[in-house]
Design a binder for this molecule. Structure first.
Ligand SMILES: Cc1cc2nc3c(=O)[nH]c(=O)nc-3n(C[C@H](O)[C@H](O)[C@H](O)COP(=O)(O)O)c2cc1C
Length: 164
């Protein structure tokens, strides 16, 4: 058992939890699209349908997400590693070359994902150095594509064969 003195070790322990990779997008009232890569996504409620993710307060997107009323969570497919990289790189146009459409509240929607959840922001909670964003799902799409998988700090092959 370790007390949490060392945040690097804490992050290492958290990375034992394999996740998918999402990109969260939104649009400001001034018509500016923004978004970022996030692995903190999770399900919350079936009725009403709700999901969550958490946003680093230090993100360049923190102010924009504090003002917006909607977002879309894109569960990235195994052929979208470049989208993961694009939305975690600073100083570039993160939407370039993706051919985004528009969804609920004019939020940009990235094509070709494993699933997309278009949400109204229902709650924002304090979460230490992050803000927990809870979305009520307005609509969603889900296909048959394999997901990207993130484990131990790395993107992994999605050979997710279920146990017999
Ligand atoms: C695999 C991966 C997962 C990430 N998960 C989150 C997350 O859940 N929440 C978050 O705020 N940032 C997360 N980030 C960091 C954001 O993508 C980060 O905002 C970006 O790298 C820095 O740009 P920004 O300051 O413009 O947001 C993640 C980055 C990567 C590569």
């Amino acid at each position: 058992m370790s007390a949490v003195h060392d945040s690097k070790q804490f992050r290492g322990a958290l990375s034992a939890f394999a996740t998918g990779i999402t990109v969260v997008t939104s649009r400001s009232s001034e018509g500016q699209d923004f978004g970022l890569t996030a692995t903190s996504f999770n399900s919350v409620s079936l009725d009403p349908p709700m999901i969550l993710w958490s946003l680093d307060r230090k993100s360049s997107n923190a102010e924009a997400f504090a003002k917006t009323g909607a977002f879309a969570v894109h569960v990235l497919a195994s052929d979208q590693e470049h989208v993961c990289k694009q939305f975690s790189t600073k100083g570039i146009d993160r939407f370039a070359g993706l051919g985004c459409g528009r969804g609920y509240a004019e939020v940009p929607v990235i094509p070709g994902c494993a699933a997309v959840f278009e949400c109204r922001i229902a709650h924002r909670y304090e979460g230490g150095d992050h803000v927990i964003m809870v979305g009520e799902v307005h609509s969603f799409t889900s296909g048959q594509k394999d997901p990207l998988v993130f484990y131990r700090g790395k993107i992994c092959d999605p050979f997710l064969q279920p146990n017999a």
